[in-house]
Design a protein around this ligand. Structure first.
Ligand code: ZN
Length: 221
């Protein structure tokens, strides 16, 4: 797998890396911890493929723009085009893999942008802002509404969630996304973060997991 070469490795198939569609406030407890209202309609934003980096071997964070928050998320790899209003079977057929990932956020920058009602790209789309682990075949997952996600930092569990807690579950949210803009093979979906977000520091040792499916050690540089 080599994100540097803009390819993502699904299940032995290589896709050109596309966009990363992210869902904000998809877990009630996380919306609450940042004093955000739960949105009536799913909150979507897009990170460009250029900000994706692999988790293996460590990853860098910006050190000159305030706090960098981790958001551990279940990442879905799309392997077939989806548009208009795909039905449940089409969505399931288009999913090529699941991985744990980190939606990195310049939280201080984002707070200022939110105050002014400005878009979030400066806080969410910097180089390295999407850290993604290798994907596991969807065949391994019997129930998409029961996928665990966990982040441990320096030996302490900081985020411990499950797709069962999502306000918008995986299949309906992909149907919703595809009803607004087309998804293509090689696009990624970051499905939102459970409670427990906080700042990373350079030197942090992390373990990012879909417990029972995949586990990756890395460090913040
Ligand atoms: Zn997020």
């Amino acid at each position: 797998m080599s994100y540097q070469h803009k390819y993502v490795d699904g299940t032995g198939i290589h896709f050109p890396l596309g966009k990363v569609v992210c869902i904000g406030r998809n877990y009630a407890e996380h919306a609450k911890e940042l004093d955000n209202p739960i949105p009536a309609e799913p909150l979507l934003f897009i990170k460009p493929g250029s900000c994706v980096v692999p988790i293996e071997g460590g990853f860098s964070i910006p050190t000159d723009r305030g706090s960098v928050h981790y958001e551990a998320e279940i990442v879905v790899l799309i392997g077939k085009p989806l548009s208009k209003k795909p039905d449940r079977e089409e969505v399931l057929d288009a999913i090529s893999g699941f991985a744990p990932g980190l939606d990195l956020t310049l939280r201080d920058v984002q707070s200022k942008l939110k105050e002014k009602g400005l878009p979030w790209e400066l806080a969410k789309s910097f180089d390295g802002a999407a850290v993604v682990a290798p994907f596991v075949s969807p065949d391994a997952f019997a129930d998409l509404t029961d996928i665990p996600i966990r982040l441990t930092i320096n030996g302490e569990v900081r985020q411990d969630g499950n797709s069962s807690l999502m306000l918008n579950p995986i299949v309906p949210i992909i149907q919703h996304i595809a009803s607004h803009f087309s998804l293509q093979a090689g696009d990624l979906i970051m499905t939102g973060t459970p409670a427990g977000v906080g700042p990373f520091s350079v030197g942090d040792q992390i373990v990012l997991e879909l417990p029972g499916y995949s586990s990756f050690e890395s460090d913040v540089r």
